[in-house]
Unconditional design. Sequence first.
Length: 252
Amino acid sequence: MAKTVFVTGATSGIGEAAARAFAEEGDNIIITGRRAVRLKELKKQLEAEFCVEVAVLMFDVRDRKQCFAALESLPEALREIDILVNNAGLALGLEHIDEGDVNDWDTMIDTNIKGLLYITRCVARGMIERGCGHIINIGSIAGTQCYENGAVYSATKHAVHALSQGMRIDFLAHGIKVTEIRPGMVETEFSQVRFHGDRSRAHGVYNGLTPLTGDDVADAILWVTSLPEHVNIDEIVITPKQQANAYYTCRK
Ligand code: NDP
Ligand code: 8X3
C-alpha cells in the first residue's frame, strides 16, 4: 500500500534523492524547502514520472510558526504521515571557534537542531495517535567525531545523535520507529553552501576520492523503511570506500 512520506530539504542532494526514491516505490510525498521553483519542478517531475501525489510545503524550518502553519495546511489525504525524513540541514563555514561567524552558528543551530525538533513535534503527534510511523534523522559522521574547524556543525550533529536516541526512547511505547543515518562525504550542494557559494573550493573537498551521492544515502533510507514491522534499524554509518571516518581518507 502506498505510504505518505514527508521529506524536509527536498530541493537538492539527499532529500531530493530520497523523495525520488520513495516516489519510485509509488509512495505519496510531501516535499519541503525554501526554494519554491525547485519544489514546483520536482513535484511536476515526480507526478508525471511515477503517478504519485506530491504536496509542496515551502517554508523555513528555523521559523517555528511557519513549520506549524505548513503542517496545518496539508491536504486531508496527506495528513497521515507514515515516514518522516528529517533531512534539511547545513554546515556554514570552516574555522576555529575564535574566528567563526556567529550568524553562521545561529543558522546551523536553528536549522539542524531546532528545525528538526519543530517538525518532529508536529509530525510525531499524528504518529502517536495512530500508533505507528518511522522517523529518520539525517545526522553525520560529525555527530560522533568532531574535526578541527567544524566544532559548531559537529555540535549540531552531536545533538541530532542525542535527539535520535531520545526519540527512540520517547516513542518506544507508541510504536514509532526511529533511525539515525550518519553519512560521511556526500557530493551534493552541501560544500557549496558551507563555502558560501565558492564552487571550486567545494569541489576540492572531494579531490582524489569518489564521494557518496544523494542516491546512495537514499538507498539506505529506503532500505530501513522496507523491513518487517518488528525490525528497527537504530543507526547506520555510511561512508565512501575511501573515507574511514571523519579523520582518515585515502585520496588517489
Ligand atoms: P544540500 O545542500 O544539497 O541540501 C540541503 C537541503 O536542506 C536543501 O534542500 C535545503 O533547501 C534544505 N534546507 C537548508 N536550510 C533550510 C531551512 N532553513 N529551511 C528549510 N530547508 C532548509 O545538502 P545535503 O543533501 O548534503 O544535506 C542534507 C542533510 O545531510 C543535511 O542535514 C546535512 O547536514 C546532512 N549530511 C550531509 C553530508 C554531505 O557530505 N553532503 C554528510 C553528512 C550529513 P532550501 O535551500 O531550498 O531551503
Ligand atoms: C558532513 C560530513 O565530514 O563533511 O556532515 O562534515 S563532514
